[in-house]
Design a protein around this ligand. Structure first.
Ligand code: DGL
Length: 258
């Protein structure tokens, strides 16, 4: 039974394909695990949905992943993590749940005295969980920016719309910030474009690497690390079943491997 559990899959989900930025960090360290990635594009964006709605969707996806024999679940969405991780952990105590959060503590640890821009969804910025983190590590040089609609245009993948959005909404910070926290898993997909708008040498902070280390520790502690010696399969499911999403998802995974 234990053997069977160890060789189970790791479930990972987001409101769309943004969580690929988390998965691509995870597979660098845990390449032999098997993964099932659930993209909930039918309900995208989560960022401006009510707390109740986000919890309801997260629970449905979580149960779906458990039915597919997942031994652990990664919430690769800052909004869902901020709103629903506590609820799920309380209710499903037997399955490790690993949740991402904006890398604001990393700013505190590595670049404390610099002007900082935290980009995230409205849901994340207004959440109690993020506010606790923010108050604890506040460097008093931080601007919190609700990037309403940004995850949407990234999900859509139209380059002109992405550029226009960024110029209109973050252009005013050009030359004024040195740290940028990418507090939504979609944003690292346009890190280059964000850097072009902000100019200079902005330093990016992203919660995926910390989550990966934590995931490995949790699997180890629970004796759940796979013993397979070959690369595990990555299965992709989208709630709208769109082929185009699947293609972009695998393209982003491949890009990172080069
Ligand atoms: N990728 C998600 C996050 O990290 C949310 C995007 C959305 O659906 O609003 O917050």
């Amino acid at each position: 039974m234990q053997e069977e559990t160890r060789e189970g899959k790791i479930g990972i989900f987001d409101s769309g394909i943004g969580g690929v930025t988390v998965l691509r960090e995870i597979i660098k360290i845990l390449p032999n695990e098997k993964y099932i990635y659930y993209s909930d594009s039918k309900n995208n964006p989560y960022g401006d949905k009510s707390k109740e709605k986000i919890i309801e969707r997260c629970e449905e996806i979580f149960r779906f992943l458990l039915e597919r024999k997942c031994k652990a679940v990664v919430i690769a969405c800052n909004t869902a993590s901020a709103v629903a991780a506590g609820y799920l952990r309380e209710k499903y105590k037997d399955v490790p749940i690993i949740a991402i959060e904006p890398a604001y503590k990393m700013v505190h640890d590595y670049s404390y005295d610099k002007e900082t821009l935290v980009m995230a969804t409205k849901g994340t910025i207004e959440s109690e969980k993020f506010n606790l983190l923010y108050r604890k590590y506040d460097n008093h040089k931080t601007t919190l920016l609700e990037c309403v609609g940004l995850a949407d245009v990234i999900e859509e993948g139209n380059e002109d719309k992405i550029k226009n959005y960024l110029e209109k909404n973050i252009g005013e910070y050009k030359g004024k910030v040195e740290n940028v926290v990418l507090g939504c898993t979609h944003y690292p997909l346009v890190q280059k474009e964000i850097g072009q708008v902000l100019g200079g040498n902005v330093r990016f902070f992203n919660g995926a690497s910390r989550l990966t280390v934590h995931l490995k520790d949790v699997l180890e502690e629970n004796n759940l690390l796979s013993e397979r010696q070959k690369q595990g399969k990555i299965e992709f499911i989208d709630s709208l079943g769109k082929r185009e999403k699947e293609e972009r998802f695998y393209k982003f995974l491949e890009e990172e491997k080069l």
